[in-house]
Design a protein. Structure first.
Lengths: 272, 588, 175
């Protein structure tokens, strides 16, 4: 059964993304695209001519997508949280290498920003998993989901995680990596057709990846987890509609200054 | 025991032979023979479980004293000759301290030479990685513009250094350790000054006096040990307990910090990068600086769980972060590698000082994998320097077009330092796990944990920032030429790459964790890539999109320069911590 | 790939290029994309990147300076693609017709599928034009479409030759 879910993971993420686009439009009092819009986009991309700059560049995007899929699958299977974070890191580095492998200014700019975003959120993710270990005694997601009371014990770590969610789902104020038209999509710029589709679907998987961290805070009561995810989803989109983009350096400073101190204070609190 | 003698004497014999023979072919044979023989010996030794001890005869004792006095006099002479007051003062200070220590030293009962598991492990790294680097240096020296005799002396010097290194990792007597420590300082000094221009001379002198500080603190540690317990043997010292032990251990670990170029002393390692590349690879990243974590590992029974150990591990973790951060403002490729070496040495010191069983084994693993990867990177940097005459990463833009193979090795080196399934990554992963698991008992390690996490992402940033310059390749509408890499350069690079791969696979298998197999996926991608590139010929090529800009231009590299104030803060902060280490030793 | 063809008109991604317009039409395009007219309900996104676009929205009479960029952008859009000329200047040159350094409309350089009149074209008209363009998009094939005129610098991009001359292998009957 779980393997079916894993196979369907990109579709699931696509539904989340479609729902988000509708939600965002409604927040701006627009009608917005159809709920299934991401899938229409996917099918259309299948029907386009694919133009590539050079072969490794295109293949690295495919590699990025599959590695992300593996890390999401590992979450579904309830494996070690640290391993999952590092698999995700590897997927991210593959994307960054893809961005660097072409002689395109915007691609390089995007990859630089992607790298800085990685520097910003990676420590927080690891600290959150350290927090889970200290409370539940294990890095295994399976074991973590058997415990409870995470939100009561690590509220500040949850807040720190909330700060980095916009980086991962590319939402304001931390959407520098994509930045709409400012750097023309960043790393995605040189892709077209099928290869762009892989990056497009990779975004769906990123949604699943980061929201499953939120879900873990519910512990054994999946209902609480679901409510947390829904609340975060609403909050992130609200913030996205209400704030402007901050610069990359400021993003790193904010995350290191605020989120990191929150996380450290929380862990010190647990250790006492 | 005979095998240990082979390790110590074989390189000396080979170096003598090498100076007298001019044929390059014979040089290759000789160095390959040394690599195979000493590597094989080290492997055999590593396989055998026994611990050898050896007592030096009184003649040898006398020889050591003479050698030591001569060495220190030579340092003093160099200080006078090049008008370096620091070198002079420190040499005289060392001489006085040494003679005093010798005067009050007791008749030694403990064996001076002890070959334990740690020494065998170090033999393995020194002989295999060192041997490969020496093989590389033959071809490198061919491209160097210098007198042929001087070139031969250079290679012979590297061989001689190999035997010094083999001796230092089994020295247990503090005075013998001091002699060998100063010998490594001497070879570092001579090899940095090899090109004999102004800048290399001044950098060599700086390296000399900074390392002499290490010698002074070792002597002080020995004096404390003599006055406290009447012994010179490190292992005997560790059997005692009490304040004197802690003080002595604190002094010895200060020497380790100096040799590991931890931050207030990072100047010497960076200056050493003006030396020919095999020197940087051998002395300043793969073997000599590994004395630092080696010494801490040796002292770890006295460090684990104490205030001193905790403080040392905090220093190590801070060096890890600070050195990675400082490296972000550098543009000379070898300096970047140098800083990342300092950073990773900090990590190893930190792990060794924690002193739990798992952290010690992780530190050892890190030493091995770091030696392999850094040697690969330095040798590749040497190829770029000699074949393409580029040193700074600014000149390396689009290097993959001109030197696809060399750039491939460099990127492989970067990947092996940061990503799964390679050893360094595994080490960091297990380090985080192991520190987290003892966080409840020793909450102070939270600082170390933070340092590890932040330092590793900063290193990822550093390496892939450099990769950004190397990798940018235009649309392949035109075919690029194949790169010709001479055998003398290529074979050491291949050997190191295979070693990295095999050790990584072996380490993963040894862990016996089925989830770790997951990390083999990236390897699969690497092997599938060439096949898939073939399949990609179906697709049409297109030029990159420049938003309508007609002139071709590249993205600038990003540097993160700390402000002068921050830099000063870092240096003074680490200087204060270095001194505080002594206080921690004295007070606890 | 018959199955995917109906989805072309469900997700038109737009590339908007200003070839020397007075900005009147640009403002109207942005108005059409904004909350009131809400082009996104058709699934349209303003991508800003030719490589991921289907519809090329051009405004302005094509000034001398912008013509090479116009052709380059056109060639970088992967097929199937449609070109929509927004506003009178883009169609014919409009009030700028015959002026120095103005090229009198984009159809001198690239094939245009839909002409939208008006100075400036109103958002309603732009949406009508886009819907028309979507119908045309559905009938197009994946065969290479070339601009009428190439400029030396973009010759290679224009012909889209891969190093193995693979451009020839795309089947023209694919619809």
């Amino acid at each position: 059964m779980i393997w079916v879910w894993i196979l369907l993971a990109p579709l699931l993420g696509g539904l989340v993304y479609g729902g988000e686009r509708v939600l965002r439009a409604r927040m701006q009092r627009r009608q917005g695209p159809p709920f299934l819009q991401p899938f229409y986009d996917m099918f259309k991309l299948m029907d386009k001519r694919s133009l590539i700059v050079h072969a490794p560049h295109a293949l690295l995007a495919v590699g990025h997508f599959f590695l992300l899929w593996v890390s999401v699958a590992a979450i579904f299977l309830g494996w070690n949280l640290l391993y999952i974070i590092f698999l995700h890191l590897f997927a991210q580095v593959v994307l960054i290498l893809a961005g660097y492998s072409v002689r395109s200014v915007y691609s390089h700019l995007g990859a630089n920003r992607e790298l800085l975003a990685l520097v910003a959120y990676e420590p927080i993710l690891i600290l959150v998993s350290v927090g889970f270990y200290l409370v539940s005694g294990s890095f295994e997601i399976g074991r973590i989901l058997e415990g409870e009371g995470y939100l009561a014990q690590m509220p500040l770590l949850f807040a720190a995680l909330l700060i980095i969610v916009p980086i991962k789902v590319k939402k304001s104020p931390f959407d520098v990596t994509e930045a709409h038209q400012e750097i023309v999509g960043g790393v995605e710029i040189e892709y077209s057709g099928v290869f762009y589709e892989f990056l497009y679907m990779a975004r769906f998987l990123e949604y699943l990846f980061i929201y499953s961290f939120i879900f873990l805070f519910g512990g054994i009561s999946y209902g609480v987890g679901a409510v947390l995810v829904a609340a975060t989803f609403l909050l992130v989109n609200l913030v996205d509609n209400a704030t402007a983009r901050v610069r990359t350096g400021d993003m790193v400073k904010i995350v290191y200054g605020v989120a990191m101190s929150l996380a450290v204070i929380n862990i010190v609190g647990i250790l006492r | 025991m005979d095998l240990v003698w082979i390790l110590v004497l074989l390189p000396i014999v080979a170096s003598a032979a090498l100076v007298s023979i001019t044929s390059e072919r014979v040089h290759y044979y000789l160095c390959s023979a040394v690599l195979i023989l000493s590597g094989g010996t080290a492997l055999t030794l590593y396989g055998s479980p026994e611990i050898f001890t050896f007592h030096l005869s009184s003649v040898a004792e006398g020889g050591i004293v003479v050698a030591d006095v001569l060495l220190l006099l030579y340092f003093a002479y160099q200080g006078v000759k090049f008008k370096s007051r620091m070198v002079m003062i420190l040499a005289v200070m060392q001489l006085l301290l040494y003679l005093f220590a010798k005067l009050i030293s007791p008749v030694e009962t403990a064996p001076e030479i002890v070959v334990d598991t740690l020494s065998k492990f170090m033999f393995l790294i020194i002989n295999i990685v060192g041997g490969i680097i020496i093989l590389f240096s033959i071809r490198y020296m061919k491209d160097e513009s210098a007198d042929p005799f001087k070139k031969r002396v250079f290679i012979a010097g590297l061989l001689f250094f190999l035997s010094v290194m083999n001796a230092i990792v089994c020295a247990d007597s503090m005075l013998l350790f001091f002699l060998l420590f100063e010998m490594t300082t001497l070879s570092s000094y001579l090899l940095i000054a090899f090109r004999n221009d102004e800048i290399s001379r001044s950098n060599a002198l700086r390296a000399l006096w900074m390392n002499q500080i290490g010698g002074v603190v070792i002597l002080l540690g020995a004096l404390v040990a003599i006055s406290g317990f009447d012994t010179l043997s490190i292992s005997e010292l560790l059997e005692h307990s009490g304040q004197m032990v802690v003080l002595s251990v604190a002094l010895l670990s200060m020497a380790a910090l100096v040799k590991g170029a931890s931050i207030p002393f990072d100047g010497w390692l960076l200056g050493a990068m003006v030396a020919p590349t095999p020197v940087s690879a051998m002395l300043h990243s793969a073997t000599m600086v590994k004395i630092a974590p080696y010494l801490i590992l040796k002292l770890s029974p006295a460090l684990g769980g104490t205030l001193l150990g905790e403080f040392l591990s905090v220093i190590g973790a801070s060096v890890f972060v600070a050195a990675s951060y400082l490296a972000l403002s550098r543009f000379v490729f070898k300096e970047i590698l140098g800083y990342s070496t300092i950073a990773l040495l900090g990590l190893m010191i930190s792990l060794a000082a924690i002193g739990t069983e798992s952290s010690i084994s992780i530190a050892m693993v890190l030493i091995l994998f770091h030696a392999l990867s850094k040697a690969l990177l330095f040798l590749a940097a040497g190829v770029l320097e000699k074949q393409y005459h580029v040193k700074s990463i600014e000149e390396m833009k689009g290097m993959i077009q001109r030197a696809p193979k060399t750039v491939g090795y460099i990127v492989f080196g970067f990947v092996s330092l940061t990503l799964p399934p390679f050893g360094l990554f595994m080490g960091k992963l297990f380090a985080i796990t192991s520190v987290t698991s003892i966080l409840h008992e020793r909450p102070w390690l939270l600082i170390v944990l933070l340092g590890m996490i932040v330092g590793s992402v900063l290193l990822v940033l550093l390496y892939f920032k450099v990769a950004s310059a190397l990798l940018s390749h235009p649309s392949d509408t035109v075919l690029t030429k194949r790169e010709h890499l001479p055998f003398g350069y290529h074979i050491p690079l291949i050997l190191l790459s295979f070693l990295i791969l095999f050790t990584a696979v072996g380490y993963t298998l040894v862990q016996n964790d089925r989830l770790l197999a997951l990390f083999a996926l990236p390897l699969l991608i690497v092997f599938l890539l060439p096949i898939m590139i073939r399949a990609m010929e179906r697709y049409d090529r297109i030029q990159p999109y420049h938003c309508g800009e007609k002139e071709s231009f590249d993205a600038a590299l990003v540097y993160f320069e700390p402000s002068v104030f921050t830099q000063r803060l870092i240096y003074w902060g680490f200087g204060a911590m270095f001194v505080a280490l002594l206080l921690a030793g004295a007070l606890s | 790939m018959k199955f995917f063809t109906p989805f072309r008109k469900k997700s038109p991604w737009i590339l908007h290029y200003n070839a020397g317009s007075c900005n009147g039409c640009d403002i109207e395009i942005l108005a059409a994309l904004g909350p009131k007219f809400d082009l996104e309900r058709f699934g349209a996104i303003n991508t800003g990147n030719p490589k991921q676009s289907d519809i090329f929205l051009v405004t302005g009479p094509v000034t001398y300076r912008s013509r090479e960029r116009l052709v380059e952008l056109y060639t970088q859009i992967p097929e199937p693609k449609v070109v929509v000329a927004v506003g009178s200047c883009t169609d014919t040159g409009g009030v700028f017709r015959g002026m120095l350094n103005v090229e009198d409309g984009i159809d001198r350089y690239i094939p245009v599928d839909v002409y939208i009149p008006g100075c400036a074209a109103s958002p309603q008209l732009i949406i009508d034009g886009l819907v028309k363009a979507l119908e045309i998009l559905e009938t197009k094939s994946k065969a290479i479409e070339k601009p009428f005129k190439l400029f030396g610098a973009v010759q290679m991009i224009g012909t889209k030759l891969s190093r193995l001359n693979m451009a020839q292998r795309v089947r023209h009957d694919e619809n």
